[in-house]
Design a protein around this ligand. Structure first.
Ligand code: GDP
Ligand code: IMO
Ligand code: MG
Length: 436
């Protein structure tokens, strides 16, 4: 039963979209299992660039059927404009090519307003969310007061449920946050219109995928965000509200254990983060500009969804080892190796010194004693490796990579105890070195 799972091994934006696009060439179904339109996945095919937020990155392939699983939270307005965008790019998206789980939860204008109000109230301790209503939508799911896609099939009852939901949200907005209330009647009307448009796409994704796997069809699960943003296993509370890790694919698609073949952990050749939270290997000043870029290349480190400059730093192998363990990764897909060309020296974090007064361990830590919750007291221990000058963007074979680049990859394999099977050297589909 061949299910392959692509997950982010860092704080998101690792380049999952480009690898899903690549692997979708051999998949019958491509399925998103977590998060919502907080995700921004970039796929570059020739001169065309697709920035996808909710629709799986496999949609670019005409043969692959796209699925949105029960673990996803769906903003119907964003989804419909994404479908329009895809059609404008010449991609057919019909109910035969896209199915959305009846059990996926909806993001409403109420959730968007709550996300904003909560971030404002947090003030200095804000999380730096994408303001897409993600946290409030998952909160309603967990407190069993959420709205699910399946409810859209009875439009009248759905409109009533939306109106009731917005009235509850209004009590929170005005009573707790001192924010303006929303027009519940107007919101219900808008959501009912979205329901009319989305109804043909609503299906039982779990059952479809179960039968597909039983028949030997290939399913590719596409994670959003990354392991360090996982609600349970990430840098809590500076995380998202879903489980972007590999087991999240099973829960978020309604599949049992035992069907998984490959778990592909995508990681950049350095480290980035958008939003707040600790980041031990972060660099600033000129070094940061060098890794981030200034925005002149399409791949420079500015958020796909929010446009915010990403924080940047050196590759953190303590965290990558943790990620490959949490996901039981069968392999690593390394992205953006080309960005490191031209550096005399590359730093790689191989351990931490614990600077806290309550430290339980001395010496260099290569594992996290209490997970990645609080990394603030850790001082990274770096190893320095020689860099290379050559532009890598046209390299396609392992033996054509500079020796220094090969040594960097081998050191990543050694420290993570996981094979690096694919290395990308540019954003385009074919800019890839496969390691056999
Ligand atoms: P995702 O959220 O994990 O899918 O990643 P994003 O799409 O948000 O960010 C990755 C960015 O890096 C996008 O602009 C990609 O086009 C770009 N990218 C991916 N792989 C490579 C690569 O190997 N080299 C370069 N230069 N850019 C890449
Ligand atoms: P992709 O799929 C990078 C971050 C936000 C914030 C935290 C919580 O493109 O890798 P949320 O809006 O989810 O409540 O914000 O998570 N975040 C991401 N960072 N890539 C993403 O998605 C992200 N989705 C959320 O910046 O720090
Ligand atoms: Mg992204």
């Amino acid at each position: 039963m061949p299910l392959d799972i692509v997950i982010g091994a860092q704080w998101g934006d690792e380049g999952k979209g480009r690898f899903v696009d690549l692997l979708a060439a051999n998949a019958d179904y491509v399925a998103r299992f977590n998060g919502g339109d907080n995700a921004g996945h970039t796929v570059t095919v020739g001169k065309q660039t697709f920035k996808l937020h909710l629709v799986p990155s496999g949609v670019v392939h005409p043969h692959a059927v796209s699925m949105i699983g029960n673990g996803v939270v769906v903003n119907p307005a964003t989804l419909l404009s994404e479908l329009d965008f895809l059609r404008s790019m010449g991609i057919s998206v019909t109910p035969e090519r896209l199915c959305i789980s009846y059990a996926a939860h909806l993001i409403t204008p109420g959730h968007l307003a709550l996300d904003k109000a909560q971030e404002e109230q947090r003030g200095k301790t804000k999380l730096g969310t994408t303001l897409r209503g993600i946290g409030p939508a998952y909160t309603d799911k967990v407190t069993r007061s959420g709205l699910r896609l399946g409810q859209m099939l009875d439009q009248e009852a759905f409109a009533d449920a939306v109106e009731e939901h917005i009235e509850v949200v209004n009590k929170q907005l005005t009573g707790i946050y001192g924010a303006e209330p929303l027009d519940s009647h107007k919101a219900a009307g808008e959501m009912a219109e979205y329901a009319r448009k989305l109804a043909p796409y609503i299906a039982d994704v779990s059952t479809i995928l179960h039968h597909a796997l039983k028949d030997g069809r290939r399913v590719l699960a596409e994670g959003a965000q990354g392991t360090l943003l996982d609600l349970d296993h990430g840098t809590y509370p500076y995380v998202t509200s879903s489980n972007p890790t590999a087991p999240g694919a099973l829960v978020g698609l309604g599949l049992g254990v035992g069907c998984v073949e490959r778990v592909i952990a995508v990681t950049k050749a350095f480290q980035t983060r958008v939003g707040e939270g600790s980041f031990p290997t972060e660099v600033s000043g000129k070094a940061a500009i060098r890794l981030r870029g200034t925005g002149e290349n399409p791949w420079d480190e500015f958020g796909t969804t929010t446009g915010r400059p990403r924080r940047v730093g050196w590759l953190d192998m303590v965290l990558l080892r943790y990620s490959t363990r949490i996901n039981d990764a069968t392999e690593i897909a390394l992205t953006k190796l080309d960005v490191l060309s031209g550096l005399n020296m590359i730093k790689i974090c191989v351990g931490y010194h614990d600077q806290s007064v309550t430290s339980r361990k001395t010496g260099i830590l290569s594992e996290l004693p209490l997970g990645p919750g609080s990394l603030d007291t850790y001082e990274p221990v770096f190893e320095e490796m020689p860099g290379w000058d050559a532009d890598l963007q046209s390299v396609r074979r392992w033996e054509d990579l500079p020796e220094e680049a090969r040594n960097y990859i081998l050191r990543i394999e050694e420290l993570s105890e996981t094979p690096v099977r694919m290395v990308s050297v540019g954003p385009e589909r074919g800019q890839l070195v496969e390691i056999t």
